[in-house]
Write a protein that binds this ligand. Structure first.
Ligand SMILES: [Zn+2]
Length: 446
């Protein structure tokens, strides 16, 4: 115990065994030394952080962030994104392989990304690789260089340097990834369904919604299930919006297919009914759907069909958010707001902080194989988010740290104020302001 340098005491510590009063001790190595009774005497010389009724959560792990750096740094960058993450209680993020230039589709490109990210990281940063037509020979080298898995699209991604895979290319990528027991993560919308959907464009949200039907997701996921069965590949469905795919996911998992799925704060807290016409800060693909769909997604989380809630933070410059849903860039900026957005809706629906922690920290850490993240337990990294659960605030985009202060949550009143964030026992954000920059680049471990 002699090397304990920090003690965080709270009446509400979210441990894997549940919520309880505790004193969490942190060693000189930045790991959690012990979870002791609240009343435990702090070791001499240790700094004591008394949190009272503020809840101590494991730091959030956001495995779906588009940082776009280098190359499209006017959209976002590692400096701004990791500061926003810290302010929002996220202590680990994993960057998506597209929208940056170069995309993360070769080991050399990964090295270029790491060189840019390292000096800017306020929180820990890892990388997904990309699977695009023609790069099957690169996948093993990327895996060995430490990416957490490979993202692919089945329909156009929106940027020309990251094309989608057709069925044969998808099968080839899955076979290769299975050969080293890697993970494939998929933007699942079927191009045939998208091509046959009505596409009017313009400012009406209903027209945009009709252009990205549930069937596009459902059919794409059916194909993934079929090929995952055939090749034995681990597959993760990104940003599920269509509740129509939940029975298919549940059945595949019951059959032993190695399949996981995530959904996002915007699908769980915003509804198609409330999107004003022309408000393209709400545009994302797949789209925000109706209230009844949202209810089913919550049920999917509750019964375990959906594993994780991650941001899919995907910003752009404000000029690309034109009022035409057909041409505006798709992507919702929410990195700093995911925790209060989800907590606000979760508490309204009768869920507890332990559920939120499971969806936003434990499960994403497990998805990425981050055995040292995602829980308040001895030996884990001392990564924390301190949350005042009953305090409310109104979202003012001027207080957000991501580069372009556009968000679909502007003006919303949310429950849950993030008081501070801690990374390996160092305070990295304090009352919404990033403090120390101690983030590290992290890699997949065997
Ligand atoms: Zn995304």
């Amino acid at each position: 115990m002699s090397d304990v340098r920090l003690v965080l005491r709270s009446r509400r510590v979210l441990t894997p065994e549940g919520e309880r009063p505790a004193s969490v001790t942190v060693g000189a190595d930045g790991a959690i030394a012990a979870v002791l009774p609240y009343e435990a005497e702090p070791p001499p010389g240790a700094t004591v952080e008394e949190l009272g009724e503020d809840a101590l959560l494991p730091g959030l792990v956001d495995t779906h962030v588009h940082v776009n750096d280098p190359g499209r740094t006017a959209w976002e960058g590692f400096h701004t994104a990791t500061r926003a993450a810290a302010a929002g209680g996220i202590t680990t993020l994993v960057d998506m392989p597209l929208n940056s230039l170069p995309p993360t589709t070769t080991a050399a490109n990964l090295a270029a990304k790491r060189a840019v990210a390292g000096p800017k990281a306020h929180v820990d940063v890892g990388f997904w690789g990309g699977a695009i037509p023609g790069n099957v020979p690169e996948l093993r080298a990327l895996h060995e260089a430490g990416v957490f898995g490979f993202k692919c699209f089945l329909s156009p991604s929106g940027v020309e340097e990251f094309p989608e895979l057709d069925r044969a290319q998808l099968a080839a990528a899955m076979a290769e990834i299975a050969s080293f027991d890697g993970l494939l993560i998929v933007h699942a919308e079927d191009p045939g369904q998208l091509a046959s959907a009505p596409r009017k464009g313009g400012p009406a949200y209903a027209d945009f919604l009709a252009s990205r039907p549930r069937e596009a997701e459902n059919d794409a996921i059916a194909l993934l299930v079929e090929l995952a069965r055939e090749h034995g590949t681990r597959v993760h469905v990104l940003h599920l919006s269509s509740s129509g795919a939940l029975p298919l996911l549940a059945q595949a998992r019951a059959d032993g297919v190695r399949l996981t799925a995530e959904t996002c704060p915007h699908f769980l807290t915003l509804t198609a009914e409330e999107v004003p016409d022309g408000a393209t800060e709400f545009k994302c693909c797949p789209p925000i759907r109706e209230r009844t769909n949202q209810d089913a997604l919550w049920q999917g989380l509750a019964d375990g069909t959906l594993d994780c809630v991650v941001s899919d933070h995907s910003p752009c410059t404000t000029d690309l958010k034109t009022p035409d849903f057909g041409t505006a860039w798709g992507g919702i900026s929410s990195l700093q707001l995911g925790l209060p957005a989800i907590w606000t809706e979760a508490r309204r629906r009768g869920y507890g902080l332990a559920d939120v922690v499971r969806w936003m920290s434990g499960a994403p850490a497990r998805l990425a194989g981050l055995a040292h993240k995602g829980a308040i337990a001895p030996g884990r990294d001392a990564d924390f988010a301190v949350l005042a659960p009953e305090e409310t605030f109104t979202v003012d985009p001027a207080h957000l740290h991501h580069r372009n202060q556009v968000t679909a949550y502007a003006g919303k009143t949310l429950h849950g104020v993030v008081r501070s964030a801690w990374l390996r026992g160092e305070r990295v954000a304090d009352h919404g302001t990033p403090t120390r920059k101690t983030g590290q680049l992290i890699e997949r471990t065997a």
